[in-house]
Structures are given as structure tokens and as C-alpha cells.
Design a binder for this molecule. Structure first.
Ligand code: SF4
Length: 318
């Protein structure tokens, strides 16, 4: 996860809930991808380290257990960059230029100059992040599947040039509930439409009161269409048992959107209360976060150094 800002509900439902479950089935490596964050934040990287610590606090508050899983920062394990360099030598430019997420981000992100050498090589570093641990499975969203395919192409190319070291990797796709931002677009920091895990109760209520609703329900007496309303979708996710009542009140025009959104603010705030409380406690204890990252880096480095040793031998550097 790139530490480029506070984590929000999209991260909770899109990744963290799933990661917490995966801990019981797999040996997991959870990485704060700070070098990846640099690729877009290179003009002002001063906040990255703070965001990285917040990221770890959020993970732990959501249920990631650093005793069970390896939690670390990418920049603390130098082997990621070494393997990235080893791969960079033979990855053809065409593989990177064709990458759909690369083209999409160049098109969509207008606030950063991303026509850089590092940004083009983003998937090569990603391949190194995965293969340095010889991971066999990576939990990803559908849009990231091409990166896993590219990782396998890179691994195969390495294996055919220097000898078989790397296993093939498979994506682990999980059904993720759809959660839009408060303005009805994809939830994203850059759209300023997200509810952060650390938002106060007041902030959550304020954001909920600004949520887009059924655009055809203008007056209190208008009957609403909950299936067209983002607020109703949130009820289904956060407090399903309230959804039938919300549906009835909406479709029969028994109560208004203002009240419906106000109540939702309370529901979300209650849902996040425990996470908020835990993350606040952790953020007050910076030593604890540093210690989690240091211990994680020691464990990660042990595996990464072994792989890098094999890689250097295969290439002939040692
Ligand atoms: Fe949406 Fe609630 Fe308004 Fe119905 S009453 S349109 S569910 S906000």
C-alpha cells in the first residue's frame, strides 16, 4: 500500500478486511510501499514518512497482527531495489509502455508530472517486491491483474536467461463490496470524496450530510429510489439490519434525506469507533510503530537477502 495520504473506507473494504482474513491461511508480507509513493510524490516527499506510520497504525487497528505477519517498509529492505535493477536490464520498454494502468494513470492524473523514468518502471519494482520473497499469491484488484502477468513474464525471462529461481505467481481475486465516494464517484483521496478511518465523529457526520442521494428526490413528499442512492448502499454495508426500514421510509416518503444521512453518519462513526480509538493510541506511541517496522524489516530482509544471494550467483556477480 502506497503511503500517500490517510487510509479511508475504500482501503478498509477493498483490502484490509481481506488481508486480516488471509493472515490465518498464508504467511503474509504487508509492505508500506514508500519507494512507490515517491514515484508520484517526488516533488514533496516530506509527508511520506508520517503517512507511512499512519498506514501501519491503521493496519494494526484494523486487525493486522505483526506477530503473525511481516509488516515492513519497502525502503528498509534494500534488496527490493537490487532486484529491480537486475530485472531492469532485460525488461523491454514495450512491456512497460503497453501496461494498461500506466497509460490510464498518465491520462487521469493531471496534478503530477508522471512522464518519468521511474514511473514507467513502476511494474518492474512491483515485480521485484513480489519475487524477492518468491511469493506465490498476491491479493489484488482486477485492475492489477496485468501487473501480476507482467511479474510472471519477468520471472520467466529471468529464469530462461540465468536459470530457474522464481516460481510463478497467481493473483488472488476477492469479491469486494462496491463503495463509492460521497459524491458518487470512485472513492479516492485525490477526488476529496472519502471518509478516512481516522475521521472524527463530527467529520464523518459532516461528510455524510454532503452525500449525493437519489437525484429525483427533491421534496420530502417525493418517493425515493433507494436502489439509486449511495446512502442506501452504505446502510447495506455498515448496518444491513437498518436497510429494510430505510427502504420503506424512503420509498413511501415517510422521512427525508437529511435525517437519513444524519443517521448514517452515526452508524459509520459507531462502526469505526474501535478502529479510531486503537489508531489514536498507536499514533501516540511512535516508538511502538517504529519497533513494528524494524522487526518486520529484519524478518523481511532475511528472506530477501537469501533470494538476492541466489540471484547474484545465477547472474554471475558472485
Ligand atoms: Fe437516499 Fe435515504 Fe434519501 Fe432515500 S431517504 S434517497 S435512501 S438518502
Amino acid at each position: 500500500m502506497r503511503p500517500t495520504g490517510p487510509l479511508h473506507l475504500g482501503h478498509l473494504f477493498g483490502a484490509l478486511d481481506n488481508w486480516v482474513k488471509l493472515q490465518d491461511k498464508y504467511d503474509c508480507f504487508f509492505m508500506v510501499a514508500d519507494w512507490h509513493a515517491m514515484m508520484s510524490e517526488y516533488e514533496d516527499p516530506s509527508r511520506l514518512s508520517g503517512f507511512a506510520k499512519e498506514c501501519v497504525a491503521d493496519w494494526i487497528a484494523c486487525g493486522i497482527d505483526p506477530e503473525k505477519s511481516i509488516v515492513f517498509a519497502q525502503s528498509h529492505v534494500k534488496e527490493h531495489l537490487e532486484l529491480y535493477m537486475a530485472f531492469s536490464n532485460f525488461v523491454p520498454l514495450g512491456w512497460l509502455e503497453r501496461c494498461p494502468t500506466y497509460k490510464e494513470q498518465l491520462r487521469e492524473i493531471k496534478t503530477r508530472e508522471l512522464h518519468t523514468y521511474a514511473f514507467l518502471g513502476y511494474p518492474v519494482l512491483q515485480a521485484a517486491d513480489i519475487l524477492i520473497y518468491k511469493a506465490d499469491t498476491v491479493p489484488v484488484g482486477k485492475d492489477q491483474v496485468p501487473h501480476i502477468e507482467l511479474t510472471n513474464d519477468i520471472a520467466e525471462r529471468f529464469n530462461s536467461l540465468y536459470g530457474g529461481i522464481f516460481p510463478s505467481v497467481k493473483p488472488l481475486l476477492t469479491k469486494i463490496p462496491k463503495l463509492l465516494g460521497i459524491d458518487g464517484r470512485k472513492m479516492s483521496k485525490s477526488y476529496d470524496n472519502s471518509i478516512s478511518l481516522g475521521d472524527t465523529e463530527d467529520a464523518i457526520k459532516k461528510k455524510c450530510s454532503a452525500m449525493f442521494t437519489d437525484p429525483e428526490r427533491i421534496k420530502l413528499s417525493d418517493k425515493g429510489r433507494p436502489e439509486k442512492c449511495n446512502v442506501y448502499a452504505y446502510y447495506n454495508l455498515f448496518k444491513k439490519e437498518y436497510a429494510p426500514e430505510v427502504y420503506e421510509y424512503c420509498t413511501k416518503a415517510k422521512s427525508g434525506c437529511t435525517e437519513c444521512k444524519k443517521n448514517l453518519g452515526g452508524v459509520i462513526s459507531d462502526y469505526l469507533a474501535d478502529i479510531r480509538h486503537k489508531r489514536e493510541g498507536l499514533l501516540k506511541d511512535e516508538d511502538k510503530i517504529n519497533s513494528i517496522l524494524e522487526k518486520g524489516a529484519v524478518k523481511a530482509r532475511k528472506v530477501a537477502a537469501e533470494t538476492m544471494n541466489e540471484v547474484k550467483k545465477a547472474i554471475g556477480l558472485i
